[in-house]
Design a protein. Structure first.
Length: 176
């Protein structure tokens, strides 16, 4: 069994209800391994440290626990997923410039950002997998984080894809 540290963000079904009202049912339904954030009206964030045989099982079971406690809650994001170069450098214990140089030197093989701005944003799993496979950073990358980042990315992509109109989905798929 491994420990997985991840965050689930949800929109609450009724923004007028005090989020404190959900705390007891969350604990009763198995979310006693999470720190719960209720600072934003209509939203709730749960930072889990969950033991499981896989990242997928840890995240799935946590979502199921939350949905039992708050049936109409809508999952909006699973973290860790989106990351900047500064955050990657901090995670790996090196400088941002070091990571940037690795990206520049490996332009053809390096992952592309999902947002090219200030700062640019990548999927954590894309960066970690590239560093693990191509740059031999195996000793700096926690395998549970790599596994968890892939699960987070999958959830977030599926969640975003569900918001696309079904007719548009068909048109888009023909273009890909």
């Amino acid at each position: 069994m491994s420990e997985y540290n991840f965050i689930l963000n949800f929109n609450l079904p009724d923004t007028k209800v005090n989020p404190d009202n959900y705390l007891e049912s969350l604990a009763t339904e198995g979310c006693d391994d999470a720190l719960i954030g209720i600072g934003k009206k209509g939203k709730i964030a749960l930072n889990f440290i969950r033991e499981s045989s896989s990242a997928r099982k840890a995240v799935y079971s946590a979502i199921q626990d939350v949905k039992r406690a708050i049936p109409q809650a809508v999952l909006t994001e699973v973290s860790p997923d989106y990351i900047s170069l500064t955050e990657v450098a901090k995670l790996l214990g090196c400088t941002r410039q070091n990571i940037r140089n690795l990206l520049i030197k490996s332009e053809e093989k390096c992952p592309r950002p999902i947002y090219s701005g200030t700062p640019s944003i990548w999927h954590l799993s894309d960066i970690l997998n590239w560093l693990y496979e191509e740059k031999k950073y195996r000793n700096r990358i926690d395998p549970t984080l790599l596994e968890l980042s892939k699960v987070s990315k999958d959830f977030n992509i599926v969640r975003q894809w569900e918001t696309v109109d079904s007719e548009e989905k068909e048109k888009i798929q023909l273009l890909l």
